[in-house]
Design a protein around this ligand. Structure first.
Ligand SMILES: CCCCCCCC/C=C\C/C=C/C(=O)SCCNC(=O)CCNC(=O)[C@H](O)C(C)(C)COP(=O)(O)OP(=O)(O)OC[C@H]1O[C@@H](n2cnc3c(N)ncnc32)[C@H](O)[C@@H]1OP(=O)(O)O
Ligand code: FAD
Length: 643
């Protein structure tokens, strides 16, 4: 199962080596992180990033090894944006000449870059950005300017204190004409002493949610006062500005300017499976350690993992972690395919790649953020302790629902794609993830054939149920929209229904990709069988949770919905014997997990007890402040009898 989770034996071995390298290095200690003040915390992150880079260079780590190393260091840092957005943006939007100039500098870390798109007043609406880049043909330069307070760049990670350069998204103005938003490489700080260059105001935006958590990152604010950059620092793969001041659009679609977001959204789906699996690993191991009630004749109490309520909350999350892992693997394939096509100037699959990355990013991050919080509750009171690892994991993770596109805004993008597909059904055969809509007549007509709980253990029955629900919801939205004279007005009015239809479509993708995964050769005794059980748990859990949809569109009867729930209960009993093995298969070191409750050896109580004494409040028996603030109250002579 470890191999199935990792994707291949090579990846398992490689990631395991990197995990151990980090776990055994004292520089990467992270237990005290939530207690550090902001300055100390940030300096410590810089130290870890520097040490990580030294290891990469000294040990001549490959790009793949370096990625795993950074993952296991497990501390948001400017390097995430440098490697994760700045470099990919140049790769995707730069010309060959630009790549030749900038990529070696960035890859050797001679410059540090960030991705500066969002502004104080504008995030989701990228076309509404206010920063301007005005071409000056005399000087052959662009003038980058922040005309208003709301145009201040706000949020970019790594911008506040670390970056020397930024990829700045600004409105292009050539000859007095606006040409939409484009990306520009702008130097922010001196490469000698790191001080901000003239015309640049830059700093950190302040503390964020949670202790430690995302506060290791210097999310920044940036303003430009007529900062000049050479013309060739506009990324010019999509469109060009000539020396003479001519704006030229190539054959490449404008949307490629948003390409870095597509790339990162794709990586976020696999990351969701990592974050959720960490939380599930902690909650599952602890649920086997924790006992409550049910002692007979003085024997041990019941392990809480044996309660059906615990199982019905925990096992769907375990199944979701696996589902997100496999859909993430598929999405990575889809992205690589699109990338190759784009290089060959084939843009036909870009809309589907955008819809899939947007929708699956939204679906998986929402479920993961909710799932981490559920895991905290599954651990009872001890889950609220920072040493459980769950509060920090939650605090670090939740912005994923917002960054790289607010999850609702992204689902509305999926809705546009679905509505367009439905409207074209008469004359265009849908392909890829919308191919099922090509069978819309059958899906609208046929109803579920399930008669017994066992009938639900059938991939065909499950896929058809999810297809029928998604198709019927999409068609219903299409019909409602048709009643509006102005389509944009209709879209705005029906936005909530459209979002629900998008969720149904995305859930269908995850379920189908899990089922497709099981059609592959999966080596290892019992591995495939265990994954089949998890796949059914995932699908039937969703069906149960959203049974209102399946019933409302008229595909299921209430009896069939009840049978699905009966089957789900049986499946939980099948997951239970392997639950610990299924989380051990994530192969997480205790260092990466960062949780006393989730320790591999299960030695929870002694370690919790020990850790309590390490709290700074326990440095002395009598607290600092006692004599000043508590003792006077204790010694106070009160005159009123009532008091
Ligand atoms: C491996 C390491 C990875 C490390 C990563 C580290 C993560 C670190 C953590 C945080 C970093 C965070 C970074 C950020 O948050 S960066 C900022 C991200 N910002 C956003 O995501 C903004 C969201 N908004 C948008 O994407 C867009 O503005 C929009 C899509 C919501 C709307 O855009 P607009 O231009 O108004 O488009 P329309 O709706 O009018 O659509 C026009 C047309 O274009 C299509 N389209 C839109 N986006 C894309 C795209 N990305 N790719 C392809 N096509 C796209 C859209 O579908 C329309 O098509 P049409 O209907 O056929 O005309
Ligand atoms: C931790 C973190 C790191 C970040 N890192 C970066 C970075 O490195 N670089 C960068 O450029 N940016 C970064 N961002 C910014 C991030 O990309 C934006 O915050 C994000 O795109 C959401 O935009 P917003 O803040 O404008 O939200 P808003 O759009 O203002 O959202 C507010 C509310 O309005 C709703 N809403 C907005 N538009 C619509 C609509 N059309 N229909 C219905 N509802 C709508 C949303 O659903 C939400 O509920 C980061 C943000 C965070 C939190």
């Amino acid at each position: 199962m470890k191999v199935a989770w990792a994707g291949s034996r090579e990846t398992l071995e490689l990631s395991d080596r990197m995990a151990k390298l980090v776990a055994n290095d004292p520089v990467f200690e992270k237990f005290t992180r939530p207690m550090l003040g902001r300055k100390e915390l940030f300096k410590n992150t810089l130290r870890k990033a520097a040490h990580g880079w030294k290891l990469i260079v000294d040990l001549r780590l490959t790009e793949e090894e370096a990625k795993w190393l950074r993952l296991y260091i497990d501390e948001p840092a400017y390097t995430d944006l440098h490697w994760g957005m700045f470099i990919p943006a140049i790769e995707g939007q730069g010309t060959e000449e630009q790549k030749k100039k900038w990529l070696p500098l960035a890859q050797k870390m001679k410059i540090i870059g960030c991705y500066a798109q969002t502004e104080l007043g504008h995030g989701s609406n990228v076309q509404g950005l206010e920063t301007t880049a005005t071409f000056d043909p005399q000087a052959d330069e662009f003038v980058i300017h922040s005309p208003t307070l709301t145009s201040s760049k706000w949020w970019p990670g790594g911008l506040g204190k670390a970056s020397t350069h930024a990829l700045v998204y600004a409105r292009l103005i050539v000859g007095g004409e606006f040409h939409g938003v484009h990306g520009f490489i702008v130097q922010l700080r001196s490469l000698e002493d790191h001080s901000p260059l003239p015309g640049i105001t830059v700093g950190d935006i302040g503390l964020k949610f949670g202790n430690g958590a995302y506060n290791t990152m210097d999310n920044g604010v940036l303003r430009f006062d007529h900062v000049r950059i050479p013309r060739n620092q506009m990324l010019m793969r999509v469109s060009q500005v000539t020396k003479e001041g001519k704006y030229m659009q190539s054959d490449v679609p404008r949307q490629l300017i948003y390409g870095t977001m597509v790339y990162v959204r794709q990586t976020i789906v696999v990351d969701a499976s990592k974050a959720l699996s960490r939380a599930v690993c902690i909650a599952t191991r602890y649920s086997a350690v924790r006992r409550q009630f049910g002692s007979r004749n003085g024997g041990p109490e019941t392990q809480v993992i044996d309660y059906k309520t615990q199982q019905s909350r925990l096992f769907p999350l375990l199944a979701s972690a696996y589902a997100f892992r496999f859909v993430g693997e598929w999405l990575k394939w889809l992205y690589m395919d699109v990338k190759q096509r784009l290089e060959a100037n084939d843009f036909s699959t870009l809309p589907e790649a955008h819809a899939c990355t947007a929708g699956l990013k939204s679906l998986t991050t929402t479920a993961t953020a909710d799932g981490i919080e559920e895991c905290r509750k599954l651990c009872g009171g001890h889950g609220y302790l920072v040493s459980s690892g769950l509060p920090e994991l939650f605090a670090v993770y939740i912005p994923a629902c917002t960054y790289e596109g607010d999850n609702v805004v992204l689902l509305l993008q999926v809705a546009r794609f679905i509505v367009k597909t439905v409207s074209e059904l008469g004359y265009k055969q849908p392909v890829g993830t919308t191919a099922y809509m090509g069978r819309v007549a059958t899906l609208m007509q046929n109803n579920c054939a399930v008669r017994t709980a066992e009938d639900w253990l059938n991939p065909g029955a499950i896929v058809e149920a999810f297809e029928a629900r998604a198709a019927r919801m999409a068609v219903a939205c299409g019909r409602q929209l048709a009643k509006f004279e102005n389509p944009e007005e209709g879209f705005a009015e029906l936005a909530s229904d459209l979002v629900e239809a998008s969720v149904a479509h995305c859930q269908l993708i995850v379920v189908s990709k899990f089922i497709e995964k099981l059609q592959q050769d999966i080596p290892g005794k019992g591995v495939k069988q265990s994954l089949e059980i998890l796949c059914y748990v995932y699908a039937l859990f969703l069906l149960h949770k959203h049974q209102g949809d399946f019933l409302a569109v008229g595909y299921l009867t209430p009896k069939q919905a009840l049978l699905a729930n009966d089957q789900l209960r049986t499946l939980y009993s099948k997951v239970r014997p392997n639950a610990i093995a299924l989380v051990d298969s994530f192969n997480y070191t205790d260092h990466y997990l960062g949780s006393i409750l989730g320790r591999y050896d299960g030695n929870v109580y002694p370690k919790l007890y020990e850790a309590a004494w390490e709290d700074p409040l326990n440095d002395s028996d009598v607290a600092d402040g006692f004599h000043q603030y508590v003792q006077p109250i204790l010694k106070q002579k009160l005159h009123s009898a009532k008091l």
